[in-house]
Ligand binder design. Structure first.
Ligand SMILES: C[S@@+](CC[C@H](N)C(=O)[O-])C[C@H]1O[C@@H](n2cnc3c(N)ncnc32)[C@H](O)[C@@H]1O
Length: 165
């Protein structure tokens, strides 16, 4: 019984503590993944960052299109699970365990995919501008918009933004 309680507390902690630094785990649905990847329209070999890569389903779908993915995920169980489900695409998918806000994002990224919460959207905008000033990069956000910015496309709850130099 004690083992079960410890396990349950550990799971609640692992999945719950993130609310201080980002959104809790909730996966993007299949239709929205397709919409997001179609909107980004990346060519094979281009790099997409996934901020909070969850169970790896978005990374796997992107890798199936030949896109390179760098995912950041803070929950070690999800990191392990996503590395397993993307193992077949390991040449194109790298899942990094850690805090997406403090890790170095790749310079050569063409796009970012994320499913955050409203309260993190301004921080995201600031971080993209700071990291990619002088560069072009696309952002696709499921469900949440960037305050004060107009999406260039909005479909099935997926919003596309373009940052240009
Ligand atoms: C709403 S889920 C989205 C998962 C995945 N991107 C998807 O769309 O299916 C958000 C994910 O971000 C992770 N997360 C939250 N804060 C984070 C942080 N600061 N750094 C890295 N990952 C974080 C959570 O553990 C969770 O898996």
């Amino acid at each position: 019984m004690a083992v079960v309680i410890v396990l349950l507390i550990s799971l609640v902690f692992l999945f719950g503590f993130v609310v201080w630094v980002g959104p809790p785990y909730l996966p993007t649905m299949r239709l929205q993944i397709k919409t997001a990847l179609d909107m980004l329209d990346l060519s094979p070999g281009e790099t997409m960052i996934e901020l909070g890569s969850g169970d790896g389903r978005v990374a796997r779908a992107a890798a199936q299109r030949g896109i390179k993915v760098v995912g950041y995920e803070i929950n070690p169980l999800l990191v392990l699970y996503s590395r397993i489900i993307t193992w077949r695409y390991r040449e194109n998918v790298r899942i990094i365990w850690g805090n997406m806000w403090t890790k170095q994002w790749p310079d050569d990224a063409s796009a970012i995919y994320t499913f955050l919460l409203e309260k993190f959207m301004q921080k995201l905008d600031n971080k993209i501008i700071q990291t990619y000033s002088g560069r072009n990069i696309k952002l696709v956000s499921f469900a949440f918009s960037i305050p004060g910015k107009t999406a260039v496309q909005d479909e099935n709850g997926v919003l596309l933004y373009e940052y240009s130099s």
